[in-house]
Ligand binder design. Structure first.
Ligand code: HEC
Ligand code: HEC
Ligand code: HEC
Ligand code: HEC
Ligand code: HEC
Length: 196
């Protein structure tokens, strides 16, 4: 399939003039002297990062220690990520979930606990930054529930979250990652299973 895509992509397309037949681009000179790399990418570094699919590490408003909650006190993943076994999205817990314990529990001198209680007092949710997510242009759809039903563990797709002091992108959700397992487990690799 890859060979077919590459071959097709490199063929001279019937209605597209070959590169050498195009008139000279009057903007070429300006483009290379402009400090703006392209309209989509301010710098070459940004463009390269996008091309290589390197996403910046999210800066969370509060570093939420998964390890304390999942390893030390053994709260189940789906106590907080309540959608994970019944819907497409796992979901991020609201501040009410945190406050069900942290109304009382936690060192009042810890700045993270202080910040949490301040959010609750203001009636605000914490603006958690996404760790995972697809490039929008790839139009990928994903659904947690069938994977949990098929007994695929969280760690297969998210790494060892139980030990993390702050959630990190431990697994790269590339197309190859998805289709390798689908092939192995006999799940559908029809393009429309994962793309819309
Ligand atoms: C006490 C609640 C709680 C428990 C229990 C919990 N999480 Fe989380 N999880 C959160 C919060 C809050 C965030 C958002 C903050 C962050 O990303 O660090 C989050 C973020 C995540 C993310 C990143 C999501 C994204 O794309 O932004 C993953 C993956 C995750 N959790 C997996 C797990 C797994 C696996 C378990 C069980 C081993 C688990 N969580 C248990 C509260 C919890
Ligand atoms: C089931 C109860 C429970 C829930 C729900 C819970 N926590 Fe905790 N959390 C704890 C316990 C217990 C500790 C350890 C407290 C200690 O050692 O003093 C802790 C520790 C912490 C710490 C580290 C501070 C410290 O004292 O070491 C942070 C930060 C934190 N929690 C944030 C959160 C956030 C954010 C949420 C909501 C997404 C949340 N917690 C939900 C029970 C909970
Ligand atoms: C087959 C791979 C796979 C498995 C297994 C899996 N996840 Fe995910 N998870 C993903 C992908 C892919 C995303 C990003 C989806 C998106 O952005 O549309 C994601 C996103 C998340 C998020 C971000 C919030 C959201 O609603 O999407 C959380 C939290 C999360 N997963 C928790 C879990 C937990 C907890 C488990 C285990 C019970 C789990 N995941 C199992 C692949 C997986
Ligand atoms: C099992 C799920 C799955 C299936 C089946 C699948 N894809 Fe993908 N595809 C993905 C994921 C995941 C990405 C990467 C999204 C990202 O990087 O954010 C992707 C990315 C892509 C991209 C974007 C280019 C790139 O490399 O980032 C194209 C084009 C694409 N897929 C085409 C296809 C075609 C054509 C088929 C059918 C032959 C197909 N996909 C089947 C999951 C799938
Ligand atoms: C470790 C194995 C594994 C990985 C990795 C995996 N999947 Fe799956 N996936 C499965 C299995 C098994 C099923 C079939 C479940 C069933 O038949 O109910 C499935 C089913 C699906 C379905 C069909 C859901 C439905 O409604 O029937 C979608 C969509 C999907 N996967 C998307 C993805 C995407 C996108 C990725 C990559 C981010 C991915 N999967 C990674 C094992 C995996």
């Amino acid at each position: 399939m890859t060979v077919a895509i590459v071959a097709f992509g490199c063929m001279q397309q019937p209605r597209v003039p070959a590169y050498t037949q195009r008139v000279a681009d009057p903007y070429v000179a300006r483009r290379w002297s402009s400090p703006v790399f392209t309209t989509a990418h301010a710098t070459f570094r940004d463009a390269a990062r996008d091309f290589l699919n390197i996403q910046p590490r999210p800066q969370q408003p509060i570093d939420f220690p998964h390890n304390i909650h999942t390893d030390d006190i053994g709260v189940y993943c789906d106590t907080c990520h309540t959608g994970v076994s019944k819907s497409a999205r796992a979901g991020i817990p609201s501040i009410n979930v945190c406050m069900s314990c942290h109304e009382d529990i936690g060192d009042a001198a810890d700045p993270r606990i202080q910040a949490l209680r301040d959010y609750a007092k203001r009636g605000e949710d914490v603006a958690w930054q996404r760790v995972y997510g697809f490039i929008r242009e790839s139009h990928v759809r994903f659904n947690h529930a069938p994977h949990i039903r098929a007994k695929v563990g969280c760690s297969t797709c998210h790494g060892d979250v139980v030990q993390m002091t702050v959630a990190e992108r431990a697994v790269n959700h590339t197309m190859g990652f998805c289709i390798d397992c689908h092939k192995q487990k006999g799940a559908s690799n029809d393009c429309l299973t994962c793309h819309y």
